[in-house]
Ligand binder design. Structure first.
Ligand code: ADP
Ligand code: ZN
Length: 201
């Protein structure tokens, strides 16, 4: 609880694939907090410098000033104790350390809003989102539109060849795909077991 205001803190998670509106939703909630005259701080990881250095930017070009940090712990160091609402974008780049940081912030009376990918380029749970989903008071899953068929899309399809978990990129390198159209690991799909032709012995 915040010892000054008596407010209880909590964690809100906004998760889903790329292009699903996570940043837009984060910006919307933070703007509303500002309208309510709350003190707001926003963090994003330094690894993500795709569109701007000191702003979070949605694919629809909505923007909001943010502090750039190298780690989750650094955001804790940069917190002004008077801050009431903390936003974190691209949370999946922070790794597991974000869990403790989010808990500490919520335990000290802050509203923590965390946006990030819930699955990786192979469709696997993406740390630290699964852990944060368990600890959050509120969860929102956003869906994009599948670029193949137009259905609701929960997957982030990687279009470039790489086996690295983190390849920072946007349109052209990734696109949203539904469950049916998602091809995990493309363009290396031909190497995966389920895609190999069945040989009769
Ligand atoms: P995220 O943070 O989840 O990557 P953004 O909030 O940055 O998403 O961007 C959402 C916006 O991206 C949408 O409002 C829309 O204008 C645009 N967009 C581009 N491709 C798609 C798609 N396949 N599905 C939905 N929105 C898309
Ligand atoms: Zn589809």
């Amino acid at each position: 609880m915040d010892i000054v205001t008596g407010h209880i803190g909590w964690i809100e998670v906004v998760c889903g694939p790329m292009f699903s509106g996570k940043s837009e939703e984060l910006i919307r909630r933070l703007r509303r907090a500002r309208i309510a005259r709350k003190r707001v701080q926003v963090f994003k990881p330094s690894i993500d410098d795709r569109y701007a250095l000191d702003e979070i930017v949605s694919h629809g070009d909505q923007r909001m000033k943010s502090d750039v940090v190298n780690s989750a712990k650094e955001s804790l160091e940069k917190i002004d104790w008077r801050t009431q609402v903390v936003g974190v974008d691209e949370s999946n780049f922070f790794g597991i350390d974000l869990v403790d940081v989010a808990q500490q912030l919520a335990d000290t009376g802050k509203q923590v809003i965390i946006a990030g990918l819930d699955t990786d380029y192979l469709g696997r749970p993406f740390t630290p989102m699964p852990e944060l989903l368990c600890l959050a008071e509120s969860i929102t899953k956003t869906l994009a539109i599948c670029m193949r068929c137009g259905n609701p899309a929960k997957h982030t399809q990687r279009l470039v060849e790489s086996n690295d978990l983190i390849v920072v990129g946007a349109a052209g390198m990734y696109e949203a795909r539904c469950r049916r159209c998602f091809e995990p690991g493309i363009p290396r799909q031909e190497l995966m077991d389920f895609a190999k032709p069945v040989r009769s012995s």
